[in-house]
Write a protein that binds this ligand. Structure first.
Ligand code: MN
Ligand code: MN
Length: 375
């Protein structure tokens, strides 16, 4: 509403002795001066955007940091998202596909504003949106590894870290499948994009076997997503990224299409309830191999889900809900509920040798990892 501000200025600068009150009511936060103050990390939910509306959110950095502004819009409305300081626009992102994000590294200490504008040509009515502002601390520059890197994956062939915008994984070049895949899910990741089916090879170091789509053909096993296609539907790029073969495991059809799929749907329901959902999933043991590259068919599949209200390790407390499941990769369980396979994080840690929630304090890990979800 810059025009209104200029109008106001014109009125007050005029020689009139009497101040003329403009006949337009302003939202309380639609200027920098009256910006909604937020304390980081902040999740501002159920905000209302209307055509040409400008909403300001003010925050301060007490030391240099990486800031992330994440704007989630449930429908395909066109929003612009700005990061501003007192003088200028530092970054701009524009989007009509449900989600937009600004990541600004090494932002110096100071006062800043997030500005959300509903673009008028796509609006006929008000629209809810959600703005999340958070800092990436120096230990994790990757929201998908917020709770830790459970196998300390780096560059060894059986524990090779692959960081992507959509998820992060540890690849195993002996098993030719991932050890684990880790991803953040909230409603901002979920949109209306159709499945961008197109299984494609992973970009691996020279000389490593690249698993191919054909390795699965005729094997009797599904090409099972670890990070589900359904969790990445905000953009076509996000969705296509889930079809990389390092995110795929040979999965028994009854498992993939039965309780595993049901649990994936439940996680998206939780995201739709405004949770910040941190998911990590993988496999252990082996039944046999398939394909020319000897892709291991894992014996067991596990998943750990942590529910938070904010995107921060500091959001985890003794009451944080954690759901862990561990199930056999076999047929015959299609009609079972995922609830039957609930277990503790401790059990999956001892089966895999990984350390989950490693960025959470030891005291909290002890409390949370021994629990079995009952909700
Ligand atoms: Mn699946
Ligand atoms: Mn642990």
């Amino acid at each position: 509403m810059r025009k209104i501000i200029i109008l106001l200025l014109t009125f007050s600068l005029s020689a009139c002795a009497k101040f003329i009150e403009p006949k337009i009511s302003l939202d309380e936060n639609d200027s920098r001066e009256t910006a909604i103050p937020v304390i980081l990390p902040a999740v501002e939910k159920n905000l209302i955007g209307t055509a040409n509306d400008e909403d300001f959110f003010g925050f301060s950095l007490i030391h240099a940091d990486t800031i992330i502004l994440n704007l989630a819009v449930p429908e395909t409305k066109d929003y612009s998202l700005f990061l501003l300081d007192d003088n200028d626009t530092l970054a701009l992102s524009r989007n009509g596909l449900g989600k937009t994000e600004i990541i600004k590294q090494f932002l110096p200490a100071g006062n800043y504003y997030a500005l959300v504008i509903g673009e008028n040509q796509t609006f006929s009515e008000s629209q809810n949106y959600r703005l999340t502002i958070y800092l990436l601390d120096s230990l994790s520059a990757n929201p998908h590894l917020l709770l830790g890197n459970p196998s300390d994956a780096k560059n060894s062939p059986d524990n090779y870290l692959l960081e992507k915008q959509q998820f992060t994984l540890s690849y195993n070049n002996r098993r030719h499948i991932a050890n684990w895949v880790s991803w953040h899910l909230n409603e901002g990741w979920v949109g209306t994009v159709a499945r961008q089916t197109g299984f494609h090879t992973e970009n691996l170091p020279a000389g490593w076997y690249e698993v191919k789509d054909a390795d699965y053909t005729g094997s009797g096993f599904d090409r099972g997503h670890i990070c589900p296609s359904g969790d990445r539907t905000a953009t076509a790029t996000d969705n296509y990224a889930t079809f990389v073969l390092s995110n795929i495991i040979p999965q028994a059809p009854d498992n993939n299409q039965g309780p595993w799929a049901e649990f994936e749907g439940y996680c998206r329901e939780l995201a739709a309830q405004n949770y910040e959902v941190f998911i990590i999933a993988g496999s252990y043991d082996s039944i046999r191999t398939i394909g020319t590259g000897k892709v291991v068919v894992p014996g067991r599949l596990w998943k750990i889900v942590v529910l938070e209200n904010i995107i921060s390790v500091s959001g985890v407390n003794a009451n944080t809900r954690i759901i862990a499941i561990d199930m056999p990769n076999e047929n015959g369980l299609r009609n079972e509920s995922w609830k039957k396979y609930r277990t503790s994080v401790d059990q999956i840690e001892s089966a895999t040798g990984f350390d989950f929630l490693s960025r959470v304090s030891i005291e909290l890990q002890t409390i949370l990892e021994s629990k079995i979800d009952k909700d």
